[in-house]
Design a protein around this ligand. Sequence first.
Ligand code: FPP
Length: 246
Amino acid sequence: MDFESLIDNNKLPRHIAIIMDGNGRWAKSKGRPRVMGHRAGVKTVRRITEACAKLGIEYLTLYAFSTENWKRPAFEVDALMRLLVETIHKEIKVLNKNNIRLRTIGDLDGLPARSRDAMRKAIRETASNDRMQLTLALNYSGRWEIVRAARAIAEAAREGHLTPDELDADRFASFLCTRDMPDPELLIRTSGETRLSNYLLWQLAYSEFYFTEIFWPDFMEKDLYEAIYVFQQRERRFGKTSEQLK
Ligand code: FPP
């Protein structure tokens, strides 16, 4: 089915979050090393970023490296970090040409210096682009982010900038890495896994989840269009009844 032509451009999600999963299994299924899967995964990042920008999606947030991914074999972690630097160097021009701003969420200070510096440079050099914001979650996890926010809130309270009764959900969210982004309306996870894996725990409270069996390297534009079409058929009630929405 041609899902692209079925998409209602007036009902696009503003923000799509993706858990890019299945690089390793994709490579294994072809008898190739896991790292080849990550390399193929980068091509999908490029493809899906471009497709989102063309559609008019404002925010795309990709889970690139979690705080738990350090537990992988050292050579795979090294390869991912190197791939990140290589990709960022290559893509800055393309991002600028397409007017896409690159951001990160997560603890950049915990990355190897080369990866951190490459990211900071790319963030600086794309800062004035305003067509779409591409955010890489790097050394990120939802619990890390929430604990970090709680610490900052405690600090603000200690310094007298905030009293406990002033704290509500909006104020809390203003301490998160995503403070200046809308929450994702749609979360996509590839590869058949149906977990959140510590991704955007606060922000996904009311998001629609879309799971597909397709491994990330095989995830094509048409699969993105299908996910968006399926999202558009859902009724988002935010706690209300169906009748109340009519
Ligand atoms: C999950 O597949 C993927 C990752 C942990 C890393 C995703 C990274 C990339 C696509 C490349 C770097 C990204 C950028 C933006 C330059 P997996 O390894 O968990 O696959 P498996 O579950 O099949 O083992």
